[in-house]
Design a binder for this molecule. Structure first.
Ligand code: NAD
Length: 489
């Protein structure tokens, strides 16, 4: 059946040296909300990566010698062009990923635009260090230069958002790039390539090679002329990338998974905490590395919290992502949906209680979405800390709620997972908020809010959640090589 309407399929091409180039083989890409193949993505390998790295190397001398101001103007132009097509990008992202059109319109694409504007601005404001040694008659200063060809590998959950979070700082600093988006969500990266020339990005500065991680991704990681890799994705893949890049001593930035706790003390403002924690659990179908998946609630308010949390969760409507009133769209793939559902089954088998969602409530879908990968937001209670649902990243619309008694106890339990990406703390006691925030093993701690970001500040995870940080200064440091120069006068 896929062949029968193959004419209607969208066919992507690699973007190398400023030109779209076809590939000899392709991968099917599905529309998660219908279950249909709708797009074909190049199945690139060594040869395509080789051509892209070559183009990036050739473009490097000219691009890296442009002034930051010239590069900044080009990035701003690109931001304007994406913003001009915001609706088309949002529609494409929603169709490709399964996320709601509302989320794509208000989060994904605006943030992609902002990534370019932000680094267009921040690149103009860095200062390097200088120290004096009068007794030696010396001054020392540091200078920073772009590294060369950057390899950028991104996941499927926030496709253009996360890819541009890497492309923008990399090229703002004067590097040229070879990017490999997720094979499951390649369309918006391809659409962005169509705007590069108009924005004034010279050929070869941004190359995009589409394909799988095992073929295209690994060819990029193993390429000797790519000295740095910025990767966002799972911890398992990061281990593989670390091994493969070790013989080349590559510089790595790894943004990985999470098992993020929310800690709700009995003095929390529940009117604010509950809707925000429902959002932090289920936004983008729970497919955000920062989503909450373990909610610790102080015993005195536990039953009230559970009742109100379930009521609030039930307000979230699951269905056709292109309907603007829908809150939960489709999960990325059939396999992923199965994996997420299995976690719920395992929890039940262990004696946990599913309070709403999967297997408990009926899921009514419109006729066109019957074969889509949908699942209701699911709340589980009475889960043991050692259960896989409390230890492993589920990356779907599932959250666990458990009671706790003391501050000391909840800090220990929140820290007792291998991950350390993001945490939220809910309390009106300022002293407690600071104490707990300091002791959580987490790269980000939000208190009485979630997902409020200042891109100036470091973003990244501890423990198995990653290595390195990204942000205005951190990305600048990652994407440049520093040199210390001493002048004797
Ligand atoms: P993934 O690790 O399967 O894939 C990520 C990317 O790596 C894809 O482009 C994939 O093709 C590529 N890849 C896979 N194997 C590779 C290999 N051997 N060599 C090189 N590249 C390879 O992750 P995913 O399933 O696409 O994304 C979900 C994961 O990403 C979750 O764990 C989530 O927490 C994490 N994530 C982290 C952040 C963060 O900022 N910390 C943000 C979003 C997502």
């Amino acid at each position: 059946p896929a062949m029968a309407h193959s004419k209607a399929l969208l066919v992507l091409e690699n973007f190398i040296g400023g030109k779209f180039v076809p590939c000899s083989s392709y991968i099917d890409s599905y529309n998660p909300s219908t279950g249909d193949v709708y797009c074909r993505v190049p199945d690139s390998g060594k040869e395509e990566v080789e051509a892209a790295v070559k183009a990036a190397k050739e473009a490097f001398p000219i691009w890296s010698s442009k002034s930051p101001l010239e590069r900044s103007q080009i990035l701003n132009k690109l931001a304007d062009l994406i913003e001009h097509d915001l609706e088309a990008f949002a529609q494409a992202e929603s169709k490709d990923q399964g996320k709601t059109i509302t989320f794509a319109r208000t989060v994904d694409i605006p943030r992609a635009v902002h990534n370019f504007r932000f680094f267009a601005s921040s690149i103009l404001h860095h200062v390097t260090e200088c120290t004096e040694m009068p007794t030696m008659g010396c001054v020392h200063y540091t200078s920073r230069a772009p590294v060369g060809v950057a390899g950028l590998i991104s996941p499927w959950n926030l496709p253009l958002y996360l890819l541009t979070w890497k492309i923008a700082p990399a090229i703002a600093c004067g590097n040229t790039v070879v990017a490999k988006p997720s094979e499951m969500t390649s369309v918006t990266a391809w659409m962005m390539c169509k705007l590069l020339d108009k924005a004034g990005v010279p050929p070869g500065v941004v190359n995009v090679v589409f394909g799988t991680g095992a073929k295209a991704g690994e060819a990029l990681v193993c390429h000797p002329a790519v000295p740095l890799i910025s990767f966002t994705g799972s911890t398992l893949t990061a281990q593989r990338i670390t091994e493969k890049s070790a013989p080349h001593c590559k510089r790595l930035s790894l943004e990985l998974g999470g098992k993020n706790p929310a800690i709700v003390f009995d003095d929390a403002d529940l009117g604010h905490c509950i809707p925000t924690t429902v959002r932090s659990s289920f936004a983008n179908q729970g497919e955000i590395c920062l989503c909450t998946s373990r909610i610790f609630v102080q015993r005195g308010i536990y039953s009230e919290f559970l009742k109100r949390f379930v009521e609030e969760t039930k307000k979230w409507k699951t269905g056709n992502p292109s309907d603007p009133s829908i809150n939960v769209g489709a999960l990325i793939s059939k396999e992923h949906l199965e994996k997420v559902r299995n976690y719920v089954k395992k929890a039940q088998a262990e004696g946990a209680r599913v309070l709403c969602g999967e297997g408990v409530d009926p899921l009514a879908l419109p006729p066109g979405n019957q074969k889509g990968y949908f699942m209701l937001p699911t709340v589980i209670a009475e889960v043991k800390d050692e259960s896989c649902c409390m230890q492993e990243e589920i990356f779907g619309p599932v959250t666990c709620v458990v009671p706790f008694d003391t501050e000391e106890e909840v800090i220990r339990r929140a820290n007792s997972v291998k991950y350390g990406l993001a945490a939220t703390v809910w309390s009106s006691n300022v002293g407690r908020v600071h104490r707990v925030a300091h002791r959580l093993q987490s790269g980000l701690v939000w208190t009485n809010c979630w997902l409020v970001r200042d891109l100036n500040l470091p973003f990244g995870g501890m423990k198995a959640s990653g290595i390195g940080r990204e942000g205005a200064k951190d990305s600048y440091e990652f994407f440049t090589e520093v040199k210390t120069i001493t002048i004797k006068h």
